[in-house]
Write a protein that binds this ligand. Structure first.
Ligand code: NDP
Ligand code: OXD
Length: 306
């Protein structure tokens, strides 16, 4: 069995070592143009040239949860696309969202600014019942985030494409549930995949439906937010601010208005990082399932886009 590895901006050597240890029977090598055809691929944001040459792949394993970069490419229809599910990312996502939520709710950002000025000043706590957290995307990561947020006794709303019933979550779904979901959510968290349907979803019209003082946490993909609309609603005072991990252009360009905005907190696409050991173990078990002809969790539905 031949496996080719092609992961942009990833240090290949440690991955190759771990993959060879986990799959001792396989011939695993780093892809170079002109490399012989492989049976399977392990990829992250590969170039189109990779799939133009590797047309016989039975499956390609994506070392991330989001497959938007992959689905922009032309890939042979017989190549099964399989993404990571959780692999250590769900707990990180829960940490990132809870950190941003609590920092805003408890005004720790304000206390940081005060401390820098040597200022001792206490602020009242707002009623938690008025801080419903709305989570867009109730998949592997969104459900973990919902559980973590509920631990702190915030009311939790969730929105997904298909109907769901989850303990402790007021669930909305589809276009018909979206406006009610937005109106009920003081803090909006996106853990949605990037698809044609979610592109520009958070724009002036939709973000205006959040209650006054709404706060946006985007840990999904930048293309979901119309950045100028978000900035305008913050500057007009309808929204209190945002914590953003992802942007339409990454890295966020120098001089972008968001870098210096006092109500926007920026992290460099680190909400949930791919963990090598967990990912290698998951790929090995998914590969065994593919070879045994069993259903593989994390198989991408290309028409749905995630
Ligand atoms: P899943 O596929 O498990 O979950 C996706 C969820 O989004 C599902 O609940 C799905 O609904 C919902 N959804 C999809 N399209 C729509 C739509 N049009 N309307 C309403 N709901 C929709 O994905 P994961 O939870 O594993 O990952 C989510 C995303 O998080 C990734 O695609 C990636 O972009 C992002 N991510 C970001 C990282 C970072 O560091 N910033 C790290 C890892 C992931 P349904 O349940 O009905 O199918
Ligand atoms: C992912 C990511 O999708 O790192 O896994 O953004």
């Amino acid at each position: 069995m031949r496996i080719t590895f092609c992961c942009a901006a990833t240090q290949a050597e440690p991955w190759l070592l771990d993959l060879r240890a986990a799959l001792p029977g396989a011939d695993i090598s780093l892809w170079q143009p002109g490399a012989p055809p492989a049976d399977y691929a392990i990829v992250w944001a590969p170039p189109q040239a990779f799939f133009d040459e590797q047309t016989q792949l039975k499956a390609a394993f994506n070392i991330g949860a989001g497959v938007d970069a992959l689905l922009r490419l032309h890939i042979a229809p017989h190549t099964q696309l399989i993404r990571l599910d959780d692999a250590g990312m769900a707990a990180q996502m829960a940490e990132t969202v809870c950190h941003a939520l609590i920092r805003h709710y408890r005004q720790f950002d304000v206390y940081d600014a005060q401390a820098a000025q040597g200022q001792w000043l206490q602020h009242p706590i707002q009623p938690r019942a008025e801080f419903a957290v709305g989570i867009m995307g109730l998949g592997v990561l969104g459900q973990r985030v919902a559980r973590a947020v509920a631990q702190f006794d915030f009311p939790v709303n969730g929105w997904s494409r298909s109907p769901k019933q989850l303990d402790g979550v007021r669930c909305f779904h589809g276009a018909q549930g979206f406006n009610d979901f937005l109106a009920a959510s003081r803090v909006l968290v996106s853990v949605l995949p990037a698809t044609p349907e979610t592109r520009d979803l958070l724009n002036r019209n939709t973000l205006s439906r959040l209650p006054k003082g709404g706060y946006v946490i985007n840990v999904a993909r930048g293309a979901q937010v119309v950045e100028e609309d978000l900035l305008a609603l913050i500057d007009e005072g309808h929204l209190a601010g945002a914590a953003l991990d992802v942007f339409r252009t990454e890295p966020l360009p120098a001089g972008h208005a968001m870098w210096s905005h006092p109500k926007i907190t920026i992290t460099p696409h680190v909400a949930a990082l791919t963990l090598r050991a967990e990912s290698v173990a998951q790929i090995a078990s998914k590969l065994a399932a593919v070879q045994a002809g069993k259903p593989v969790p994390g198989t991408v539905d290309r028409t749905r886009g995630y």
